[in-house]
Structure formats: C-alpha cells, structure tokens
Design a protein. Structure first.
Length: 172
C-alpha cells in the first residue's frame, strides 16, 4: 500500500514538473517578441479579473511600434493577410497577458475567443482569418491554448483595424 501511494505521489510530482513550460523560451523559439502594451484609447481598462477568470478588452493587430494592420479583408487585404493580422493580434494579447500577470505560466487555459473581422459583405472566410490567432495560442500554450470561439464579420472596426479579438482566460 505504501509503495502504491509513493508511486502515485511520484507520478503526480513528475507530471507537475513535466507540465511546467518556459513560455518566454517558447516565444523565443517561435520568433515572437512581446512588447509593452499600449494604454487604452478611451474610458476602459485592458483587463478585468473576476475570480480565476481574466477578461481582456478587444485588441487589434497592434505592432511593437504602435502601428496597426488596417484594411478590409476581401477588398484591401487577402485572407492570408487577415490571418497575419489575427496572428499579430495574438501577440498583442500575449503582451497584455504578460503585463497583467507578470508570468504567462499563470495562464491555466484560454477559455473563449471572440474574433471580429473587418470585411466586405461578401467575404465568408472569417474562421480562416481568426485561425491566425487560434493557431498561435495553440503553438504557445498547447492543449491549454485550445478554446471555444466565435469568428464573425463586421462592416467596420475602430480605426479601420483588420481584426479585433477579445478573450477570456482562466488564470491561477
């Protein structure tokens, strides 16, 4: 009985160590550099924590220099360019997460994503665009990055940004 209990404790401890990921190293491997998040543009905050959930305000495809990827997918941008804009939005959100939490290891799970695509009325591939975000979340967090998601088209987004994404994250 003692042997079984000791074996179980070793398995739990080994599993806990095995799950510990150095997200800074992971980001470096992926060629991603996080940046200091910009201040909100109006009377709101970038993140609100309620219990173990962190709700992030909508983020756009902001680059480290403060510029945004702009344009309407289906007119100004291709689906592939929209995908890259969604990926850049993921980097912006990761930057905010790191700023809020201090350490991405505090992320237990990406729970829910709402992806909005600035697109033409006839554009129908919003999920392909928002995959740019989802693919990066899974590349960084693995299984913890898989999430429930909505991907919708909008006739306009603030400052003509190509995509806007908001998320809910479970944290420690």
């Amino acid at each position: 009985m003692k042997y079984i209990l000791l074996t179980c404790l070793i398995c739990v401890a080994t599993s806990a160590f095995a799950q510990k990921v150095d997200y800074d190293k992971k980001l470096k491997e992926l060629g991603i550099e996080l940046f200091t998040p910009s201040k909100p543009m109006a009377n709101y905050v970038k993140a609100v924590r309620s219990g173990n959930l962190l709700f992030l305000a909508g983020h756009g495809p902001t680059k480290a220099d403060g510029s945004n990827i702009t344009g309407k997918v289906g007119a100004d941008l291709t689906t592939e360019q929209g995908y890259e804009a969604a990926r850049q939005t993921a980097i912006s959100i990761l930057s905010t997460l790191k700023g809020e939490l201090g350490d991405l290891n505090k992320v237990k799970r990406v729970v829910k994503v709402l992806g909005m695509v600035n697109c033409t009325d006839t554009f129908i591939d919003q999920p392909k665009v928002i995959n740019g975000f989802s693919d990066l979340m899974v590349a960084v967090f693995g299984e913890k990055g898989k999430h429930a998601r909505s991907a919708v088209g909008m006739n306009a987004l603030p400052s003509n940004i190509a995509v806007e994404i908001e998320i809910i994250v479970e944290v420690e």
